[in-house]
Design a protein around this ligand. Structure first.
Ligand code: PHE
Ligand code: ZN
Length: 884
């Protein structure tokens, strides 16, 4: 149901009664203001009487004065939209507690006390999906970053670690399964059809890792035996109808557990590991100790309903959350500025895991594509921040590609400089030294230094300086030597006008043109503003391959001869560099055209070079199909726009489409032959079959671009013959972009075929909103009124509107209609789910990087949002910074 057609519900009706108005000036939290907690909570016992619309909570805290704290007698317990029904200190009801805004303060006389607080919650009215909420008839929690304070009053900060005992009781028919962290120690029956369970987690943890789940769920069960022979029970909990789609998640979990033992020496530390799939979830998944809660989209997969990309995402996220058990849970963060300590490191760990499970080369290319598509734009826009931010207003806004993906790249650089084996000594030391602690990024860097022997003094700048470094590269040939001139510049970002040079590890090779092999391969660390490196013994000028494997997350600026790039696209033995050569060839060509820097002759030459390289990729028998598929993908419009200071997004779109169509025409026969070859390959999960599926859709994309009407039947045939979602979605995606009769028929078939399967219906929405069709905005507006659309499910909102916001043709459509649609989504969604609403703001924040007319329309939309009388802290922060 559309939110507009239903009465708006209060966020948490019983709890808002006398919430104070939000403060006028936003509160800024600064990293440098960190203070150790005044009071610690070594133990907490929680008692939940569960109900979908009324849950009663009693929290019993043992609090002790922290000798390292500031000695204040006042205990501050954070709250958020909750009220205390009763407060007891050492068993006595007290009424000299007071509220300070949302927080509850109690003055204490001794050094240790027992505090008891009662709260009442309405999970069914919790549309923010933070704290305790209802989803599909079940109850679940989300506490990171600051959701625990929506359940009970507590020092809600990650450096307060407690041992949790949790009792919950509720209706046995509604909630046959009762889960929390750690182990279940006791269960029993209660009056009136109720039952209860008692859980205990032996590992002290911050409250953001607390979780509770109650519902009618079934488990896919398996066992894992750890490297020390301990048996661990594994359960993946879903609704009954989804159980047979959990096999891949379970296999991925077992693979993760094994891999973490081998690659990082990490063994699981409880007898039980539970994963629960929920359909209403703001993010991907959450690493609660022993009880991971997942967005259904990262758990459920079978060939009929999940693409190969979905399978990979399940594997990656299952791994990611599991790896948090050590990088995040056993060692947590001291404060939220240290978020990249757990997230950057854990992303690196999940990347290495996925690489080990599949194709290392393809995985690296995909990871770089994500970095360039999501993080580079962040780093060059108004919301740029270092991987360890210095301040925030709302921490939810800092779960970003910078903290996660650039954070992973920064740690990967340390690994590259140390070498994988030596790096392992650093991580071993880190895990050993800080086990059980709430640590900082500095702790991590020091452990890596001590364990590896690297000097990371200057390298620490990567934690503090935002912005993607620009590295200019020039290779000269003189006196039988190749002379490499390197220079770096870190661009100014908000609040950081001046930057210092950083150590940039560049893996490079010099190729001999005649033999097409390299004689030199080494790691050069550029750590000054400019540097010259000389390679003797080159009678002829070599071809330079630089930033191989994407050894540093930088932007390389080089005047490359297209012929050299064609050479590398065909011969580079580093698969990433080979991909990169192809990308650079296309980037140089398209950016040159859009920027008006290429005359007609140069355009023809550039296109011919691309055509030659593309043809070689199609024909190269030595390439596996997965890699061939990667090499065929053109750089994204976002990445192309990133190369220009100010870009006309529709000009980029038009030029990229024109090149696609030209390649489709030039290589039409080869692409058809390719499509015929790969569609004969039967379904399998192996790399060859996956490669075949990838090429099937890649071939269609080019053919359809060259000849829509002629290719539509071929796409429809792929759709009809599909025995898996990869082929079916690929064909539908192509058809969606075409103005042909096959389009509507296929969309209708898809909707009917998968009615009731929320994750697949999400695809149906996003394929249309992300399409190349000329009427895409009309389609989006119609879909907003479709009975399957709802503003209260984040997956559905993202399926329609995030797909549209990242579709340049739709978002940047002339007249600003796309901006207005996204602006309205933000305003409508903010009262329902501010965290998800705020995720749409950065797309509008790119206004400085588009032509002035478009920029003005985007600013207008941001101002309209800013003018709303009430805005969440989440949206307020993003909008203010975007306008600033
Ligand atoms: N910590 C989660 C992860 O990266 C992400 C998350 C953040 C989930 C905040 C929910 C809320 O694994
Ligand atoms: Zn994470």
């Amino acid at each position: 149901m559309d939110i507009a057609s239903r009465p708006s519900e209060p966020v948490a009706d019983t709890q808002l009664a006398d919430a104070p108005p939000p403060p006028a000036a936003p509160q800024v939290i600064r990293r440098e203001d960190y203070q150790a907690p005044a009071w610690l909570v070594p133990e907490i016992a929680l008692d939940f009487r569960l109900g979908l619309s009324a849950t009663h909570v009693i929290a019993r805290l043992s609090v002790t004065r922290n000798p390292a704290g500031n000695g204040t007698p006042t205990l501050r317990l954070n709250g958020d939209q909750i009220a205390a029904l009763a407060v007891r200190v050492d068993g006595e009801a007290v009424n000299d507690w007071r509220m300070d805004g949302p927080d509850l303060l109690i003055d204490l006389t001794g050094d240790a006390h027992a505090i008891e607080v009662e709260t009442a919650l309405n999970p069914a009215a919790n549309s923010q999906l933070m704290g305790l909420y209802a989803s599909n008839g079940m109850l679940c929690t989300q506490c990171e970053a600051e959701g625990f304070r929506r359940i009970t009053f507590f020092p809600d900060r990650p450096d307060v670690l407690s041992t949790y005992s949790v009792r919950m009781s509720g209706d046995k028919a509604l909630f046959p399964v009762l889960l929390s962290n750690g182990n279940c120690t006791e269960t029993g029956e209660g009056p009136d059809g109720s039952h209860w369970a008692q859980w205990h987690d032996p590992w002290p943890k911050p409250c953001y890792l607390f979780a509770l789940v109650a519902g009618d769920l079934v488990a896919n069960h398996a066992q894992f035996t750890t490297m020390n022979g301990r048996a661990v029970d594994l359960n993946i909990w879903t609704r009954a109808e989804d159980k047979d789609r959990t096999g891949h998640a379970m296999a991925s979990l077992i693979n993760s557990m094994k891999w973490d033992e081998e690659a990082f020496g990490r063994e699981y530390d409880l007898d039980l590991f539970n994963v629960v799939a929920v359909s209403d979830f703001n993010m991907g998944a959450m690493e609660n100790k022993g009880l991971n809660v997942f967005n259904t989209r990262y758990v459920l997969a079978d060939p009929e309903t999940a693409t190969d990309g979905d399978y990979d995402a399940v594997e990656g996220v299952i791994g990611h959350e599991y790896f948090h058990n050590w990088s995040g849970n056993r060692i947590t963060c001291r404060d939220w500025f240290q978020l990249s300590l757990k997230e950057g490191f854990t992303v690196l760990r999940d990347q290495l895991f996925s690489a080990a499970m599949g194709s290392e080369a393809v995985k690296r290319i995909e990871d770089v594509r994500v970095l360039r598509g999501a993080q580079f734009p962040e780093d060059s826009g108004p919301l740029a921040h270092p991987i360890r931010p210095d301040s925030y207003q709302e921490i939810s806004n800092f779960y970003t590609a910078t903290v996660y993906n650039k954070g992973a790249e920064v740690i990967r650089m340390m690994r590259t400089m140390a070498g994988a084996e030596t790096f392992r000594k650093g991580t071993d030391l880190y895990f050993d030294r800080h086990d059980g602690e709430a640590a900082t990024c500095e702790d991590f860097v020091r452990a890596i230094e001590d364990g590896t022997g690297l000097d990371l003094g200057q390298f620490r700048l990567w934690y503090g300086q935002a912005g993607t470094p620009q590295v200019t590269v020039e290779l000269r040939h003189e006196d039988g030597a190749a002379v490499l001139e390197l220079a770096q510049q870190v661009p100014a970002t908000p609040g950081q006008p001046d930057k210092q040079p950083m150590p940039i590890p560049l893996r490079l090779a010099l190729f001999d043109r005649a033999t097409a092999t390299h004689r030199v391969e080494e790691l050069v660390v550029l750590d000054q503003a400019r540097q010259t490196v000389r390679f003797d013994g080159w009678a002829e000028p070599p071809v330079l391959s630089i930033n191989r494997g994407f050894s540093a997350p930088v932007q390389i600026e080089a005047q490359r001869d297209p012929a050299d790039l064609v050479f590398l696209a065909a011969h580079d033995d580093d698969p990433f560099a080979r991909y990169e050569a192809m990308q650079s060839l296309v980037v140089g060509h398209l950016v040159g055209i859009v920027g008006g820097r290429l005359d007609a002759a140069a355009q023809d030459r550039g296109r011919a070079a691309i055509g030659e390289a593309f043809g070689a990729i199609l024909a190269d028998d030595a390439l596996d199909d997965l890699m061939r598929g990667e090499l065929m993908i053109l750089p994204s419009e976002t990445y192309l726009a990133e190369q220009l200071l100010v870009a006309d997004p529709l000009a980029i779109h038009a030029q990229r489409e024109a090149l696609k169509a030209w390649l489709g025409r030039e290589h039409g026969a080869a692409l058809e032959a390719l499509h015929d070859r790969v569609r004969a390959v039967p379904y399998g999960r192996d790399a060859a079959a996956r490669g075949a599926r990838k090429l099937k859709t890649q071939a269609l994309i080019y053919l359809a671009s060259a000849d829509a009407v002629g290719t539509a039947p071929r796409a429809r045939a792929q759709y009809d013959a599909a025995d898996n979602m990869t082929d079916r979605q690929g064909a539908l995606m192509v058809l969606c972009g075409l103005d042909v009769p096959e389009r509507a028929a296929a969309l209708d078939d898809f909707h009917t075929r998968y009615a009731g399967n929320a994750l697949v219906i999400d695809k149906w929405f996003s394929l249309q909103a992300g399409s190349l069709h000329k009427d895409v905005l009309e389609h989006v507006k119609a879909l907003a009124n479709h009975p399957d659309f709802t503003m209260s499910n984040p997956n559905r909102v993202r399926a329609l509107y995030m797909a549209m916001a990242v579709n340049p043709k739709a978002f940047h459509a002339a007249g600003g209609e796309g901006y207005r649609i996204i602006g309205e989504v933000i305003r409508k969604l903010d009262p329902i789910n501010p965290q998800t609403a705020a995720r749409f703001v950065p797309s509008l924040g790119r206004w400085r990087r588009v032509d002035a007319a478009r920029g003005a329309l985007m600013v207008e939309e941001l101002k309209a949002i800013a003018a709303e009388p009430t805005l969440s802290r989440d949206v307020r922060e993003q909008v203010t910074k975007s306008l600033g």
